[in-house]
Design a protein around this ligand. Structure first.
Ligand code: SAM
Length: 374
């Protein structure tokens, strides 16, 4: 394998030389023998920030590829004593071994199926960063993490989660769905709902403490607590969201059923089960903000700063966002400027999920009024 050295955060990493694996001057990280995607740098950077708050000592990086994630955690997170690296690919294992030597990392390297290693080791932070869906690894990761520990998951299969593909949503996440206008937020809520259900199988409660959408993926961090009762309480907050395709009215219910819109009589679209609780712990957002000042060496620093600032405002509003360019045409109105609608609602904000979305706890009628007057 022809390699090249890159620097990300405080790590120097050998990765497959993209030039060697180009096709017609184009390169996709999945064409190389070992996967390294620079577009995931922000994902790794925010994970480094998050881990500096929770301070794990023992980490499992269950799908390591080049090892960059675990290596960065070892070098950039205070208090990490050991990282367990794992990948199914033999070529990845060779590269991880070289990379941990270059970076003086203390760790063990395994060449197993992620589910197998996760049933063998315990850790206080488990990282699941797969191709596509994390669903096949959720149960084992909640088994591996100690009570009071954390699990971080990435999902890049947004077509399933936002219900562009109904059949994938059903297969991977056991979600019954139609595509709703606030699909970007409902997708992360569907992912969280699936994780909560998997953790509940091993009588653990997976509490989402920091979640975000960026570029083409979701990333969610869960605090994992023990106890069937806590798991039951999270399960009781899973719902089906309903939205009327004709007038935009929305509702939710703990049951999946055929719902007729009470406003206009059309048949409503549905998505669920999905998590209806908080997707951030506000305390955690503040801590991430505070932590960020120590990380001005990150090349994504200003993007992260903007993202966290927006998230800290939108976290005040629990209900999924309203998409202005979906509702306005149904009222036979032009799409009003977002800022004007926010000002009219008074308690509302923009959202990082969608540039034409607004978050508010005010009800549908109040949102409609503010669209109409603008
Ligand atoms: N975490 C890496 C990073 O931040 O650069 C990227 C990981 S890459 C998206 C997914 C990796 O999972 C690949 O290296 C692949 O070989 C490995 N993989 C796929 N299926 C696996 C399985 N069942 N068990 C262990 N590793 C697996």
């Amino acid at each position: 394998m022809k390699l090249t050295k890159i620097r990300e955060g405080k790590a120097e990493i050998l990765v497959p030389d993209p030039k060697e694996y180009e096709k017609e001057d184009k390169f996709d990280p999945s064409w190389a023998p070992v996967f390294y995607n620079p577009r995931m740098e922000l994902n790794r950077d925010i994970s480094v920030l998050f881990l500096n708050i929770i301070r794990p000592r023992r980490i499992v990086d269950a799908l390591s590829a080049t090892g960059i994630r675990g290596i960065r955690y070892f070098k950039e997170v205070k208090g990490v004593e050991e990282v367990i690296f794992n990948d199914l690919s033999k070529e990845a294992i060779e590269l991880i071994n070289e990379n941990i030597k270059i970076n003086n990392v203390i760790g063990e390297v395994f060449n197993k199926d992620a589910n197998s290693i996760l049933y063998e080791v315990k850790a206080d932070f488990v990282d699941i960063d797969p191709f596509g869906t994390p669903a096949p690894f959720l149960l084992a990761s909640f088994h591996s993490v100690i009570r009071g520990g954390y699990v971080g998951i990435t999902a890049t299969d947004l077509s399933a989660l936002v219900c562009s593909s109904k059949s994938s949503a059903r297969r991977k996440y056991d979600i019954i769905c139609d595509r709703l206008s606030f699909s970007k937020e409902v997708g992360i809520r569907g992912l969280i709902g699936k994780a909560i259900r998997e953790a509940a199988v091993v009588e653990k409660a997976a509490i989402p403490v920091f979640s975000f959408y960026h570029d083409y993926y979701y990333r969610v961090f869960f605090k994992v607590e023990g106890g069937a009762k806590k798991a039951d309480s999270l399960l009781s907050r899973l719902v089906y969201y309903y939205e009327c395709p004709k007038c935009g009215y929305r509702d939710k219910s703990v049951y999946y059923q055929h719902v007729t819109c009470p406003k206009c009589g059309a048949s409503m679209k549905a998505y669920g089960p999905a998590w209806d609780g908080e997707i951030y712990d506000k305390n955690m957002i503040n801590k991430i903000k505070e932590e960020l000042v120590h990380f001005n060496y990150l090349s994504t620093y200003s993007t992260i700063s903007r993202l966290i600032s927006l998230i800290s405002v939108e976290a005040e509003y629990k209900e999924p966002y309203y998409k202005l360019d979906f509702i306005s045409p149904r009222l036979k109105r032009n799409v009003p400027p977002k800022d004007k609608v926010i000002k009219c609602l008074k308690e509302a904000s923009a959202t990082h999920f969608d540039t034409v979305g607004i978050k508010t706890n005010k009800n549908f009628e109040e949102v409609i009024e503010c669209i109409k007057v603008n």
